[in-house]
Design a protein around this ligand. Structure first.
Ligand code: DON
Length: 306
């Protein structure tokens, strides 16, 4: 299997696509990104990087960051996190508030916005927001083995300026006693994690610990236990694309986490950590060409986990 050739072919097929979806425009800083871009990077278990297209171009990873925040929060507060957030797909939009009322402020899973805000709150545990944001940035740089990973403060401020739904989710959960810190602090951490800016190459490298049962390939040290690595991948498969998770599992069959910046991190256990990026989104807020590229890659490699 010639992966280098395969990613180049997929990138040129994606370049020829005319129906590229719509760029997220509810955050001004994201609305300016050109939909003409596409990048793909595949890191295999032996550490080789196969990349094509705009794989070195930094983009806003948005909700893909929820994977890294969850990993760090589990490390920080352990299994107690699961008293405050569930593990079921929501079947609702990423920013939906409806289920929180009947489910007493406990979000369905850590990959919808409400769940990610609880995770941000858990990350704060005894630290202030600035420190927590710094910890998360250092953690992602360590995972990617790249100090070039940044937080785009313009995107973070744009998130905060337009984040009325997120503040509403946080206030609602606070009313149910499911936030230990100030709403402003939990949201500040959440907005900054969404504003992490990475290229496909950096993102695929950062995801390697999920392919290697929790081991950081660069240092050989454990990032998380093998059990938690498997569970995070399970949540990516069932909840990583919001109300499009079933469709993604059906078409691609690989655990994946998407973001409204058009990025997707996908993990093939034991085999590959993959990042794709194309800013145009489908009707569920997931990258249109990113999903298509992963579908083609899964078909050609046989990497579906089923
Ligand atoms: O909470 C927000 O509005 C965004 N920053 C969420 C990011 C995201 O990627 C959700 N979806 N795909």
């Amino acid at each position: 299997m010639d992966l280098s050739k395969m990613v180049v072919e997929i990138a040129s097929e994606m370049a020829a696509e005319t129906d590229r979806g719509h760029v997220a425009d509810y955050i001004p800083a994201l609305a300016r990104v050109s939909p003409d871009q596409f990048g793909i990077a595949v890191v295999t278990a032996d550490g080789t990087v196969h990349a094509a297209g705009d794989a070195e171009t930094p983009f806003s990873i948005q909700s893909v960051s929820k994977v890294f925040a969850l990993t760090l929060a589990l490390d920080r507060i352990g299994e107690a996190l699961w008293h405050r957030v569930g593990r079921e797909p929501s079947g609702s939009a990423f920013n939906s508030i409806v289920q929180l009322e009947s489910e007493r402020g406990i979000p369905r899973n850590p990959f919808i916005n409400a769940g990610a805000i609880v995770v941000s709150d858990a990350l704060l545990a005894g630290h202030d927001a600035r420190e927590t944001i710094g910890d998360l940035l250092r953690f992602v740089r360590f995972l990617a083995e790249d100090d070039g990973v940044e937080i785009d403060s313009e995107v973070a401020h744009s998130e905060a300026g337009t984040g009325f739904r997120n503040f509403a989710l946080a206030n609602y959960m606070k009313a149910f006693g499911n936030l230990g810190n100030a709403v402003e602090d939990a949201c500040k951490v959440y907005f900054h994690q969404c504003a992490l800016t990475m290229s496909c190459c950096q993102l695929a490298k950062a995801g390697r610990y999920l392919m290697t049962e929790g081991i950081h390939p660069g240092s050989g040290t454990p990032v998380i236990t093998p059990e938690r690595a498997r569970r995070i991948s399970a949540l990516m498969l069932t909840c990583g694309h919001y109300d499009g998770s079933g469709e993604f599992a059906f078409r691609v069959g690989i655990p994946g986490k998407s973001g409204v910046g058009g990025g997707i991190l996908a993990i093939v256990p034991g085999k590959a950590s993959i990042a794709v990026w194309s800013p145009g989104l489908n009707e569920r807020g997931n990258s249109k060409l990113g999903s298509l590229a992963l579908e083609r890659l899964a078909e050609r490699t046989g990497w579906s986990v089923f």
